[in-house]
Design a protein around this ligand. Structure first.
Ligand code: FAD
Length: 471
């Protein structure tokens, strides 16, 4: 028997149910990855993320070689041609079965339905799996059999239904029969033109490195997670998000290894571990929202009344926000972190997104797209969830009148101004008392811009806009 694994958002061998199943049931296993820069750009995929995908494909190819599995990259113009490209490979290579792990976006879903229809028509059997979540999306429901739209009860139910067997993921791969097809990963012309300024040396390539990051994090830092997670200068979070977003590590692996450090307790024991697992469940919650409320994938807010909000648009303000020149040091340093690392600390994502949608009163969809265009960990459901939370248009969202003051946030979470100094060279000699909101004299001296807006006025303007939308 020959099996084909269609790799998508699962660039790893560990806890990869599609690959595992193919290896169990086939003598010879092939992998394919359908590469389309056009499709990635259509979904606002960041340049740094595309580069990371390419490098991780190369790394995965080396691991697959060890079990005689060849990886073929197929060029594509977008989702429309996927069904036929797969069918051609299946027929050309006389492959019996195809396996893949699910994705939940609406475009991905439509594409998969097309693939399934063509496979059915040609009597080719397929099997698909859920690897990105512990529970099948939509499986956790309220007593009324409705999807959850608030995190805390979702999490409670998640824990109630949890069974350690869900994390039965260990599998020892053994070499398969060698196929005549050679991998084309090194010869394939990805036509990728680097167009970003992210320091990629920050992000080690490959699943072995991802597993090591997890191990180091759990060995050395997770116990302090509850204390350190909001402090952007302390490397207190795992920075595993790019690996989770691209499937270089699985959420089940993360939860299993964390539970081993907590006597297998999910909601008691070490606070840091419990809180960290909470965040992985947040990720799953947003995937469920995307699955159960497809409108969020189509650019609609979760809260219908917020469709009535009259968002402003000011080209200069938008540009200043993107460039990190708003005159609010914490916002600007965060935006510079995004550009230089392809990643931003979670606290700061909330602060800059709230500033954008409330103080600037700009449409959250613009900020959401800009994040996707720049994040290495760009993940539709988490990004959409984070933006809709911050703009109070989403599920479980921050109440619209609770608007972070960026200067207070800066004092609370970057008290010494060390994060600001790291990313804004102009402010590196400014005293910690001044750094959160430098005087006009200092701004002129060091060539740092004045504030683009008045915090008090803009706050009231936002509350008015939400009140008007409600009435
Ligand atoms: C406006 C906004 C946009 C965001 N966009 C993305 C995105 O595109 N991709 C993305 O992975 N996360 C996104 N997040 C969530 C969060 O900021 C990142 O997951 C987190 O900063 C990643 O850092 P870490 O790996 O060190 O996280 P850790 O604190 O170590 O958490 C472990 C893992 O849990 C998950 N996680 C943590 N916080 C959240 C959260 N609030 N929501 C969902 N999952 C979470 C991530 O997969 C993360 O890797 C966004 C948040 C906001 C407010």
């Amino acid at each position: 028997m020959k099996g084909l694994v269609w790799l998508r958002n699962d660039l790893r061998m560990d806890d990869n149910p599609a690959l595992r199943e193919a290896c169990i049931h086939s003598d010879e296993v092939h992998c394919v990855y359908i590469y389309s820069e056009e499709q990635m750009k259509f979904h606002n995929g960041a340049d740094c993320k595309i580069e990371f995908i390419i490098d991780n494909l190369k790394s995965l190819n080396e691991s697959l070689k060890e079990i005689n599995v060849s990886l073929t990259i197929i060029e594509s113009e977008g989702f429309n041609d996927n069904a036929n490209k797969l069918l051609n490979i299946l027929l050309d290579r006389s492959i019996d079965n195809i396996y893949w792990n699910n994705m939940f976006g609406t475009d991905e879903n439509d594409r998969d339905e097309e693939v399934k229809a063509l496979l059915n028509k040609n009597n080719i059997s397929y099997k698909n799996f859920d690897d990105q979540v512990v529970y099948a999306p939509g499986a956790i429901k309220t007593k009324e059999q409705k999807p959850y739209s608030v995190f805390t009860p979702f999490k409670r139910r998640w824990i109630e239904k949890f069974n350690i067997d869900f994390l039965d993921i260990e599998f020892q791969y053994t070499p398969k029969a060698k196929s005549e097809v050679e991998s084309n990963v090194h010869e394939f012309n990805f036509k990728f033109q680097k167009n970003h300024h992210v320091d990629m040396s920050l992000w080690k390539i490959g699943e072995e490195n991802a597993l090591n990051i997890l191990k180091n994090y759990l060995d050395k830092k997770v116990l302090r997670y509850s204390f350190d997670r909001n402090d952007p200068i302390t490397d207190g979070t795992s920075r595993l998000s790019p690996y989770l977003a691209l499937g270089i590590i699985s959420p089940k692996r993360c939860i299993l290894e964390a539970l081993k450090k907590n006597n297998f307790e999910l909601d008691s024991g070490e606070k840091g571990i419990v809180k960290w697992i909470d965040e992985i469940v947040w990720r799953e919650f947003y995937k469920n929202i995307m699955f159960s409320f497809p409108k969020v994938s189509r650019g609609s807010p979760f809260q219908d009344y917020t469709k009535n909000i009259k968002w402003r648009f000011n080209k200069n303000e938008f540009q200043a926000w993107k460039d990190g020149r708003t005159g609010f040091p914490i916002i600007d340093s965060a935006m510079k972190q995004l550009k230089s690392e392809g990643w931003m600390h979670n606290r700061l994502r909330m602060v800059v997104a709230m500033f954008f949608t409330k103080n600037m009163l700009h449409d959250w969809r613009l900020g959401e797209a800009f994040f996707m265009e720049n994040l290495l960990d760009g993940d539709f459901s988490s990004n959409n969830g984070g933006w809709q939370w911050s703009s109070s248009t989403g599920t479980d969202a921050a109440p619209y009148f609770r608007i972070f003051n960026p200067i207070t946030q800066s004092k609370n979470f970057d008290g010494e101004g060390l994060f600001i100094k790291k990313y804004i060279k102009e402010l590196k000699n400014v005293d910690k008392k001044e750094i959160h909101d430098p005087s006009e004299i200092i701004r002129k001296e060091v060539n740092y811009p004045s504030q683009i807006l008045d915090l008090k006025e803009s706050r009231l303007r936002a509350i008015d806009a939400f009140n008007s939308a409600k009435n």
